[in-house]
Design a protein around this ligand. Sequence first.
Ligand code: BYC
Ligand code: FE
Ligand code: FE
Length: 473
Amino acid sequence: MPEKIDYSSKIPNNVGLADDRRLQRALEGWQPKFLNWWGEMGPTLETQGVYLRTAVSVGREGWAHFGHVNVPDYRWGIFLAERDPDRRIAFGEHAGTEVWQQVPGEYRADLQRLIVIQGDTEPASVEQQRLLGLTAPSLYDLRNLFQVNVEEGRHLWAMVYLLHAYFGREGREEAEGLLFRNSGSPDTPRILGAFNEETADWLAFYMFTYFTDRDGKYQLGTLKESSFDPLSRTCEFMLKEEAHHMFVGTTGIDRVVTRSAELIREHDTLDIAAHGGIPLDIIQRYLNFHYTVSLDLFGSETSTNAANYYTAGLKGRWHETRRKDDHQLTADSTFLDRPRADGTWDTEEVQTLLALNLDLRGEYIADCRNGLNRWNKILADAGIDFRFALPHPGFNRQVGLNAGHHITPEGTIVDEATWEANRRNWLPTAEDLAFVRSLMHPVYERGKIASWVAPPGNGINGQPFEYEYVHLP
Ligand code: BYC
Ligand code: FE
Ligand code: FE
């Protein structure tokens, strides 16, 4: 397996595509469909070059090259992390045996389903973000948007490669489906809820890349443990790209909070809307929304699907190999909180194997707290008393054991009328969305930044903030 990526072929790859003519032809047949989709459903802003990174190697050092690229000419390719010839299955009933280079017949349907769900999210996010280029707060941000978009496009390629290479005719049909379903479409929507929501403004974009891309990090982390080695290696490389997406979210929210804090100090009021800043309570409501729709992406707290995937060795836990237990989980138990009709919480003991979605969600929530700590520190350092909080995991849920219950951000179970009467304090209102949208004007002069967000501390790849990250017509 060459580590170096072959850029001389139509589809850049390090999977030896040139040696498999059938597969190569099939993927070359899908390529124009992808480019059509990109043209119709991808970023609407036309540019004359964006300073993008492109993968040039999958090795540990120096895997990316930076330079201005005409976006439709971006070299989307198929890159798998290096193969570890000694890799063995780390969990489930096949633990200790060699990982699979082919799909075992009995797991074909389940693996295909996992790959299709993963693949469906990638183009969905590009569709959700397609208008944001019209209102970026700076050239630096505009460049980051394109970077995230082209890499989500590449993640789609990653899943399509697996479908074409390992799932035959059905896989090729599923690959077409990934371009056919569209975010928010009434008839053919994307599979998972969060990917049919609008990403209507840049605060939503930062929240999405913080909270929803982070679900991607954790789901990819579990698929990286898969016994199906090509899936594992694909996810390992995707995770490398994913880090930047979350960086965009983390630092994006940092910069919004920093700017709001500045305006609060300058005008000595929390009511900074009139001064071109985003009030902290609006930021909290955005956070509540994006966090809770992202929690839904973990599925039900107890899931026989997840248990079966685990036992079969298809999907592991976060950092599976670092866990100190039997990697079978049939003898262990876990506690979970279940809302009761009488308005109290019940603590239930369940088999750990059945609670794997809850386990992954727990890792995710702990990670999300780091962001809250950062943003609260910015407020504390500015001498502002307001603090952001993560809502209770039962709040505003459509999936799992809390769905259908009315739970406040503090975790109190209330009746529907009480919940609805408070909704506008907890989730973005139509006025919040209209206000944030009113701030969204493009700022495309070099070194300039919109009123509602602070400039970044550093540029990209050692370039200054003033760099011309995007050439515009
Ligand atoms: N919406 O046993 P359960 C990313 C369905 S993000 C709609 O609880 P399971 C990215 C479920 O399909 C990462 N339906 O679920 C981020 C099942 O249906 P069936 C994406 C839902 O299977 C930003 C039923 O409810 N990757 O990469 O344990 C930008 C019972 O479900 C939802 C993955 O998700 C929902 N939210 O867990 C770009 C990894 N949740 O079978 C990219 C692959 C559940 O009864 N997916 N349902 O008809 C999986 O591992 C699992 O399918 C899930 C659900 C974690 C999604
Ligand atoms: Fe992705
Ligand atoms: Fe991502």
